[in-house]
Write a protein that binds this ligand. Structure first.
Ligand SMILES: *[C@@H]1O[C@H](CO)[C@@H](O)[C@H](O)[C@H]1NC(C)=O
Ligand SMILES: *[C@@H]1O[C@H](CO)[C@@H](O)[C@H](O)[C@H]1NC(C)=O
Ligand SMILES: *[C@@H]1O[C@H](CO)[C@@H](O)[C@H](O)[C@H]1NC(C)=O
Ligand SMILES: *[C@@H]1O[C@H](CO)[C@@H](O)[C@H](O)[C@H]1NC(C)=O
Length: 307
């Protein structure tokens, strides 16, 4: 056993130890976030990543906004301005976190966001039990679970302007548009699965949030004479189908003839209510030779926004 051997072994071990924490940061523990973990809003903060790295939860500075949005975004899509799948929202406006704010997963309240002086800006509402851990899922859903793994809160239940594959919207659920591309305040349009099962797109009266009569699009999925024909949920499935599921299990697809290129797993997908009132399904190739990668439209409704 020469001295040289053992010192090079020591050296290798030392290198390994240096490398380990870096790979641990990149992987974030299978998307798992433990109680007590926190993120701070800075320009170079690393987010909580899903296992594949496709989705990230954290602070994102968007446009000229004076602060950071607590949000979920498609992390592998290049570009400084990320496509957001979700952002924290309250009272008609996005939650803007000033530089140095901190979000922490707590047992009592789930996620709690505080500004640098410690004032609470936002929290996830969990009531059934204490949080045990959270997961940034590869589907783009951020879920807070109890120690027994019961679901306590999930971003999929609080959609903003976007739905993702595997996301379901129940009756009375809604999407609302932004003011503009870079202004995340609540805009003029709403997609709502009404209590009667009808899915409607309409303009909203902002202070009251009531939809003006005469939606400019509706699936007509309601039947007051026979409930089983009425819509029950809006589903975005993994294969890229977007449909109202009637109580009788029949599907009413929103896409008219247009279909996603296959295999669906090769594309990121989202369905977004854009600020101009158009609801559209988009796809983006996960892998391909760089240049012309962009979000492309699969279908959009209404067909002609001008009419
Ligand atoms: C992620 O979501 C999928 C689909 O809903 C689910 O089957 C899986 O259990 C989730 N993973 C975790 C770690 O929660
Ligand atoms: C976004 O739009 C709202 C409503 O028009 C306005 O009050 C707010 O100041 C705008 N925010 C930014 C950052 O421009
Ligand atoms: C309701 O409609 C379904 C078809 O979706 C039909 O099979 C059923 O008989 C109807 N029920 C009544 C009470 O009319
Ligand atoms: C991607 O699409 C946006 C919006 O349609 C467009 O402004 C932009 O120029 C496109 N980028 C590329 C590289 O095609």
């Amino acid at each position: 056993m020469g001295f040289a051997t053992s010192s090079s072994t020591t050296c290798m071990l030392f290198l390994l130890l240096l490398l380990l924490p870096l790979s641990a940061v990149a992987q974030t523990n299978n998307g798992r976030v433990d109680v007590g973990a926190s993120l701070t809003a800075t320009n170079d903060a690393s987010p909580w990543l899903s296992p594949s790295g496709d989705f990230a939860f954290g602070f994102h500075q968007h446009g000229n906004a004076d602060g950071f949005l607590v949000s979920i975004w498609f992390d592998k899509i290049p570009g400084e301005t990320k496509t957001l799948a979700w952002y924290a929202f309250g009272n008609g406006s996005p939650v803007l976190a000033p530089l140095g704010s901190r979000i922490q997963l707590t047992a009592e309240d789930g996620l709690v966001l505080r500004n640098p002086s410690g004032e609470q800006l936002w929290k996830s509402d969990i009531t059934l039990d204490e949080a045990g851990y959270a997961v940034m899922n590869d589907t783009g859903n951020f879920a807070i679970r109890s120690r027994n793994s019961d679901m306590l809160w999930q971003s999929f239940d609080q959609p903003t302007d976007t739905l993702l594959p595997t996301q379901i919207m129940e009756k009375n659920g809604r999407l609302f548009s932004r003011q503009s591309e870079n202004n995340f305040s609540q805009g003029r349009f709403q997609l709502r699965l009404q209590n009667d099962g009808n899915l409607v797109l309409g303009a909203v009266n902002l202070p009251t949030n009531l939809v003006y009569d005469g939606p400019y699009y509706s699936t007509g999925t309601y039947d007051t004479a026979n409930e089983s024909n009425s819509g029950d949920r809006l589903i975005f499935d993994e294969a890229g189908g977007v449909y109202v599921l009637r109580k009788n299990r029949e599907r009413v697809y929103l896409q008219t003839g247009a279909i996603l290129p296959t295999p669906a797993a090769d594309f990121y997908q989202r369905a977004t209510l854009d600020f101009d009132g158009v609801f559209a399904q988009y796809y983006y190739p996960k892998r391909s030779a760089g240049e012309n990668r962009n979000w492309s439209t699969v279908w959009s409704i209404p067909d002609n926004i001008c009419s």
